[in-house]
Design a protein around this ligand. Structure first.
Ligand code: FAD
Ligand code: EPU
Length: 341
């Protein structure tokens, strides 16, 4: 048996950044994607539920997992470069932030705004990771996956991935695809994305007048390090709620009533409003119940001060959802995958 290892009743506490002490009935750590069909055919795996996990930076385990967790630990990067751009195929288990830094070191542009996002490359397309005015979808040519429904390797081009804000076909059909590799196309040069709040000011503070991609990356690192709590210090999963996308008329009415509400115009008859502002204004920022809390640095971040269980964290999240709904008539949706809730 090669390509993967199995362990029974395995702890997940070091496999989720909220540091929830859940366990899984079976853990399979996969180092060779070609062995997935063999692994999935085991009766113990085939007859139960399967959850694919990267670094666990966007999941909340509300209870123990009564099935098999498949942890993707595959490695490898293949590059085909010409003068202007590179096509790069990356194995699902590679660390996203290492990959971003490597691309910048090789002189490729595009991923600079997405530096310092935790997690694996294979998870990046699941919610179409985004930050500071860029979404990863822009640079994905295709995604290679094992299609558990059709029992074959599938290559989904960007259109088939149906990317949207924090969304994709992978999120909408959970359990169907196991992403094994992502193919990116990165240019040597692009018009840098400097318009998102804070980047321009940060570059000015750094004394940079003519930014290169690595300057933008450094500005984003500085901004993120100031704003977001570090999971190595305090358990969290980044933004716990999505910024709500609501009918434009509702967004404008809310903005008239609360002029300070950050509102980002969208195409179509909708507007995106700041969930952090709604949560802070409803009075939840810094709240702590036992070891479950809402960060006092950023109102969108649910934190584990120590030994909070998944159920305690989920109860606090539901309290926030109900409170924001009562105050503003908007129902927040969690961003991470809620497992067992
Ligand atoms: P996991 O948490 O392990 O999994 C997340 C989901 O993807 C699960 O549903 C899982 O089943 C599925 N999945 C994972 N790997 C695969 C695979 N190979 N095949 C199929 N399904 C898979 N996100 C942003 O978009 N922007 C940010 O700015 C951002 N900042 C963050 C900051 C912090 C401090 C933290 C803790 C998180 C942040 N996140 C952000 C969320 C998170 O980093 C991303 O969603 C990341 O892509 C998750 O990667 P992961 O490997 O940890 O996935
Ligand atoms: N704000 C508050 N209170 C707070 C924090 C923020 O009112 O405690 C307001 C501020 O007015 C601020 C606005 O919210 O201007 C926006 O805040 P920020 O720039 O931090 O962005 P965000 O909307 O909170 C989103 C993403 C992040 C991403 C940043 C930067 C979502 C759900 N979150 O956060 O992604 O890094 O923009 O682009 O879209 C993640 O998905 O895990 C994540 C961290």
């Amino acid at each position: 048996m090669g390509g993967y290892t199995l362990s029974d009743h395995a702890p997940l506490v070091h496999r989720n950044t909220l540091r929830v002490a859940a366990r899984t009935q079976l853990l399979a750590e996969v180092r060779d994607a070609a062995k997935l069909p063999e692994l999935l055919a085991y009766p113990a795996v085939r007859n139960g539920q399967v959850l694919v996990l990267g670094e666990g930076s966007n999941v909340l385990f509300v209870s123990d997992y009564p099935g098999t967790v498949v942890a993707m630990a595959t490695q490898g990067v293949q590059v085909e470069a010409d003068g202007e751009q590179a096509r790069i195929a990356v194995a699902a288990g590679e660390r996203w932030d290492d990959f971003v830094r490597w691309t910048l070191g090789q002189g490729y542009a595009g991923l600079e705004n997405l530096i310092l996002i935790p997690g694996t490359v294979g998870a990046a397309p699941i919610q179409n990771i985004g930050a500071y005015g860029t979404e990863v979808a822009e640079f994905i040519e295709s995604v290679e996956a094992w299609d558990t429904r059709e029992q074959r390797v599938a290559v989904l081009d960007s259109a088939a991935c149906a990317f949207a804000y924090r969304d994709s076909v992978f999120k909408r059909e959970p359990g169907r695809y196991i992403v094994t590799a992502v193919r990116f196309v990165l240019p040597r040069q692009r018009e840098l994305r400097l318009d998102y709040a804070g980047i321009g000011d940060e570059l000015a503070r750094m004394g940079v007048a003519k930014p290169a991609p690595f300057h933008v990356a450094e500005a984003v690192v500085r901004l993120r390090s100031r704003k977001l709590p570090d999971p190595a210090v305090i358990g969290n999963a980044g933004s716990f709620f999505k910024n709500p996308v609501i009918p434009a008329a509702q967004a404008e009415a809310l903005k008239r009533k609360h002029p300070a509400l950050p509102l980002w115009p969208q195409s179509g008859d909708v507007g995106k409003v700041s969930a952090a502002w709604l949560i802070e204004t409803a009075g939840f920022k810094g709240l702590r119940e036992g070891d479950a809390g809402i960060s006092n640095r950023h109102a969108l971040v649910l934190v584990n001060h120590g030994k909070a269980s998944g159920a305690e964290l989920w109860a606090l999240a539901q309290k926030v959802i109900a409170g924001v709904d009562a105050a503003f008539g908007i129902r927040l949706e969690p961003e991470p995958r809620i497992i067992g809730g």
